[in-house]
Design a protein around this ligand. Structure first.
Ligand code: N2P
Length: 381
């Protein structure tokens, strides 16, 4: 390749400078400025939720690409938010929930994806992407990782025993929010997720308010309801899978996917007791978690490579098959195991999906008010 040809190509790519007569022709750019992806170290730093990736995804990606992955986990959206706000997290991929993502995009904390490097985006379900467009206009920043719903999980045997003559309620949310039930179930252990934005929306939904209400008076009303059950809650926990599978709790307010993981762990441990993710008649709370690249990520091209790898149908399907979390990868459905596809607490049926509450964006000020109400509840004040 001769120098003139290289310069012509550079001038074509750098549309601005070369053609303008009034500015002198630029000196040839140093090699590093024009060397794109291969200028990155072969490293990728991922920050995801616990129990949220198939066993071989990282090692298979490393083998295929030669990129070495450092993988760390966070327990709730609040922790991730704090890292992103502080900046210089060092992460190249993070996985915010849809309720947090819009304010992160608006605050400039996430960078636009280079879609030219993610051809497998075409595997995504266009109906889900159209929904996500409300949070992320043009689907510029987010690629859905997995979804599920927040609900009530139980150990059926223990709950039946603790309830005694009291029949199971029609509304599953009564098991965690109604003192008639919590006062009985506290003997075998009630555990809640430990995060304002996980607990307050179901509480608001239970008292008939908009789950994502911005109204502080609604937050107070939900707090008043929660205060009635506070003494019956044994744990605020970020290890609900183990708590439920290991017997520390018989009832949890948690994620359906994790409750199903607890179920398979209990079966592996040859426990006769049945764990079940209930599908509330009044609706569970849907959530979507999304791959995103922090603004200051050092390895954005490696991030695009990982996102594209994840979007292979078999790779997405392994996440569903091993962890009972559906993805938005439509092409993966063909590889999803029948027992997952048929499980109505993994893939909600049409009626339950209609009934479920869709996620909505929470502003910074709404989150502050929810946190204040949650903290009062947790501290018993
Ligand atoms: C962890 C799944 C996280 C789902 N196993 C909640 N965003």
């Amino acid at each position: 390749m001769n120098t003139r040809f290289v310069l012509t190509v550079l001038c074509t790519l750098a549309l601005s400078a070369c053609g303008k007569k009034e500015t002198p022709a630029p000196a040839p750019a140093p090699a590093t400025a024009t060397a794109p992806s291969n200028a990155e170290a072969k490293v990728l730093n991922i920050y995801n939720w616990p129990d949220y990736i198939s066993e071989n995804m990282v090692s298979d990606f490393e083998k295929e690409t030669g990129i070495q992955v450092n993988y760390q986990t966070f327990e709730n959206n609040e922790v991730l938010q704090a890292k992103l706000i502080a900046g210089n997290s060092g992460y190249d991929i993070v996985v915010p929930g849809a309720v947090f993502a819009q304010s992160q995009i608006e605050a400039g904390l996430l960078q636009a994806l280079d879609k030219s490097k993610i051809p497998n985006l075409s595997n995504l379900d266009s109906a889900i992407m159209a929904k996500l467009d409300a949070v992320d206009p043009g689907n510029a920043h987010l690629v859905p990782w997995a979804w599920s719903f927040t609900t009530v999980g139980i150990n059926k045997t223990k709950v039946a025993k603790a309830l005694g003559n009291t029949p199971m309620p029609d509304n599953a949310w009564d098991l965690v929010f109604n003192p008639t039930y919590t006062s009985k179930l506290k003997s075998c252990g009630i555990a809640f997720l430990d995060s304002p934005t996980e607990v307050m929306p179901p509480a608001l939904h239970y008292i008939g308010k908009n789950a994502y209400s911005a109204d502080t008076a609604d937050h107070k009303a939900a707090g008043d309801m929660l205060a009635l059950v506070r003494k019956d809650i044994r744990l605020f926990s970020s290890t609900l899978i183990d708590d439920l599978a290991g017997g520390k709790a018989c009832v949890v307010l948690g994620w359906a996917g994790d409750i199903n993981i607890a179920r398979s762990r209990a079966i592996e441990n040859q426990s006769a007791e049945e764990i079940e993710a209930l599908v509330p008649q009044t609706g569970g709370l849907l959530f979507f978690d999304n791959l995103a690249v922090p603004k200051d990520a050092k390895h954005p091209n490696n991030a695009m490579a990982f996102i594209n790898y994840f979007l292979k149908p078999e790779v997405s399907a392994a996440l569903t098959n091993e962890l009972s979390y559906p993805t938005a990868n439509k092409a993966s459905i063909a590889f999803v195991a029948p027992e997952m596809a048929q499980n109505k607490s993994v893939f909600l049926d049409e009626a339950s999906l209609q009934q479920a509450v869709s996620p909505a964006s929470l502003s910074n000020s709404t989150r502050e008010s929810l946190t204040a109400a949650y903290t009062r509840f947790k501290q018993g004040k």
